[in-house]
Design a protein around this ligand. Structure first.
Ligand code: PEP
Ligand code: MG
Length: 659
């Protein structure tokens, strides 16, 4: 007995929905199979189901054979047709392997060493702040099997040993999931690993190898490699990242078999600098973040999972060191500068004193700044300057609120798109934007429409190979060419705008027509939502000023938009023709260069003359040495990383008292 249907499950049968589907299937006595493109797999194995790579809107057939086949078909088809199936708080979270897999980490060794000697390395400045402390190297050893064939009489005992080890790993993961202290994100990571440990694909494969005479450790290593290779071969970024999860589970089983403890982060000393090539899902979920003084990693970049966690916990981090990280394996002490991306191995006395001074000064400064958390900075003439936060995920809301953010001046939506294996649905986006609006009401929340470029591919959008991705198909250019993607985001924003404080801004604008075309799409979306009876409201539409063209047409743009937000990161690179990612031209990439400052001034003048709000959301907005200049130019909103907010409020208050 079989029935076909179109899968409506959000993002298809990826990890959690696949496991839920399997659980449902296992509740029936009948044999159940899922068939896609002529390939049939048991619906009672989540690994096999995931490997079938069933996506949203694809056609599949459910086949059931047994006494309760009718009921099974009914239930399973109902599940597949439910867009929210399998979605719960655990499903929101991603495996860090997925996040890290999407990162544009520099190629190993491609980052030049920091100036100042062989013991200095340079990586990606991923979380600001200074740290100095004992090195805690986290390079888990490779695991090896016994490499001998078992005698026939040993096999049964080895299978029992293996099953006990699998049970122990599952119990350990269940125990971790039962901890209240686990955040929603970490819970999702552990749940994904537990699902693999509980599935008979890995364990069945390993048992088959033990029966063939392999010792349990060798069997697990081989089985994990086989299944991981299958995940790696699927044409889907998300499923490729599951290969790391399979290895992580295999490793845990092997460690139990060997009676070894993994190099645990539980014992990391207070204030130590965690050094790793990569931090695995399991380790990350268990790390005592409060004790970690800093993080240095071979993998990862500024938007990786590690970076986000480090930033939201205020831990300085330098990531993306590539193979350079091996030089830190034997380090005793490490100093790190998360602002510049520098790492110093076994610093000499003078450097130690310098860093100790910086750490102390930073701590003192932080303590002294907390009084500014609730301050509303006002100038002598009564003008209020909004000091808002730049964030890229809901996980960062707390850090922004803790810092005293007066709303969100830049919500980077890229992460939302990069984290998922398919483009995020309208519902999912609307929920995210609404959650932001509610968290910061009545302050404004400025959501930037998708600013993705050829250098950062995301699943679901095919990017052409480009010689100069920064001058290519990115930001508003890509969105206007892909109204299917853009309209989904605009509809979600119109829906979230019912909360009253959502504003929307367009990245990479260089021509008036881009604003006009966007307005046409917004009107179309509004009409559609109205016809569908979906609650929605209008929003203020603004533009980022981050291209020289936008500066030069600022007076015309100001007549058509509700606000400007100056993106100094890109504006500086485009005005100075100096790649923002290229350390060799870092000197030119300087916002204080008179060319850039005059572009900012021209923008401010145009905005003020037209009576619209002019803000800034590039990194320069948080620089206390520049804030007074920007405010004098007429900027009334400054948006920055949460860690800079209190310092910025202080700088504005100082202006008020200085007159
Ligand atoms: C900018 O360019 O200044 C900006 C804020 O955007 P992003 O850094 O995301 O390009
Ligand atoms: Mg930009």
């Amino acid at each position: 007995m079989e029935r076909s249907t179109i899968v409506r499950v959000h993002e298809g049968l990826h990890a959690r929905p696949a496991t839920r589907f399997v659980k449902l299937a296992k509740g029936f006595e009948s044999d159940v199979e899922l068939v896609k493109d002529g390939k049939a797999v048991s619906a009672k194995s989540s690994v096999k189901l995931m490997l079938l790579a069933v996506k949203e809107n694809q056609e599949v057939t459910v086949r059931a054979n047994g006494a309760d086949a009718i009921e099974a078909l009914e239930a399973l088809i109902g599940y597949l047709e439910n867009p929210r199936a399998g979605l719960d708080d655990e499903a929101e979270a991603q495996s860090p392997a997925n996040d890290a897999g999407q990162e544009a980490a520099p190629a190993p060794g491609s980052v030049p060493a920091a100036p100042g000697g062989a013991n200095r390395l340079r990586g990606v400045a991923a979380s600001e702040g200074f740290a100095i402390g004992p090195a805690f190297a986290h390079f888990p050893p490779d695991i090896a099997g016994q490499g001998r064939m078992l005698r026939a009489e040993e096999i049964k005992g080895e299978i029992d040993r293996f099953r006990t080890a699998v049970g122990a790993v599952q119990a350990r993961m269940d125990h971790a999931l039962a901890q209240d202290s686990l955040s929603a994100g970490d819970r999702g990571i552990v749940a994904a690993l537990r699902d693999i440990a509980a599935d008979n694909s890995l364990t069945g494969e390993a048992e088959g190898l033990i029966k063939g005479g392999n010792d349990a450790v060798s069997a697990v290593i081989t089985a994990a490699s086989t299944i991981a290779a299958e995940f790696s071969a699927v044409d889907d970024h998300y499923l490729n990242a599951r290969a790391d999860d399979v290895h992580a589970v295999g490793r845990q089983i092997c460690l139990v078999l060997l009676g070894q403890d993994d190099v645990s982060l539980e014992n990391i000393p207070e204030g130590a600098i965690l050094i790793a090539d990569d931090i695995g899902a399991w380790d990350l979920a268990r790390a005592p973040l409060k004790r970690i003084g800093g993080v240095v990693c071979g993998h990862g970049g500024a938007t990786s999972h590690i970076a986000i966690i480090a930033r939201s916990h205020g831990i300085p981090a330098v990531l993306g060191l590539g193979d350079q990280v091996n030089a830190l394996r034997t380090a005793r002490d490490v100093a790190l500068d998360g602002n510049a991306g520098h790492v110093i191995i076994d610093p000499d006395e003078a450097t130690r004193a310098d860093f100790a001074g910086r750490v102390e000064a930073a701590a003192k400064e932080r303590a002294g700044l907390t009084i500014f958390k609730t301050v509303t900075p006002k100038l002598a003439d009564g003008r209020i300057i909004e000091v808002a936060a730049n964030i890229g995920s809901l996980e960062e809301i707390e850090a922004a609120q803790e810092a005293g953010a007066m709303g969100i001046g830049l919500f980077r939506t890229e992460l939302l798109f990069m984290r998922h294996m398919h483009l995020p649905s309208e519902d999912m986006q609307a929920e995210t934007y609404a959650a932001l609006a509610k968290a910061f009401a009545p302050y404004p929340v400025i959501v930037r429409t998708l600013d993705i470029g050829g250098d950062k591919p995301i699943a679901g959008i095919e990017f052409p190979d480009e010689e100069n991705p920064f001058l290519g198909w990115r930001g508003i250019r890509m969105c206007l060419d892909r109204p299917d993607i853009f309209k989904r985001q605009l509809r979600a924003l119109l829906r979230a705008a019912v909360h009253g404080n959502i504003k929307v801004m367009l990245p990479m604008v260089s021509d008036l027509s881009e604003v006009r075309q966007t307005r046409v799409l917004v009107d179309e979306c509004t009409a559609e939502l109205k016809a569908e009876g979906v609650p929605h409201a209008s929003f203020d539409l603004g533009v980022m000023i981050e291209t020289p063209a936008a500066v030069l047409i600022a007076p015309a743009l100001a007549k058509e938009v509700a606000f400007f937000s100056i993106g100094t990161n890109d504006l500086t690179q485009y005005i100075m023709a100096a790649d923002r990612l290229n350390p060799t031209v870092a000197k030119l990439n300087d916002v204080t260069n008179p060319a850039v400052m005059s572009a900012i001034e021209m923008t401010a003048k145009a905005g003020v003359a037209a009576g619209i709000m002019v803000g800034m959301c590039g990194e320069a907005a948080g620089r206390p040495d520049l804030i007074a200049t920007f405010v004098k130019m007429g900027l009334t909103e400054l948006s920055m990383s949460p860690a800079s907010i209190q310092r910025a409020k202080k700088a504005i208050m100082a202006m008020a008292t200085e007159g």
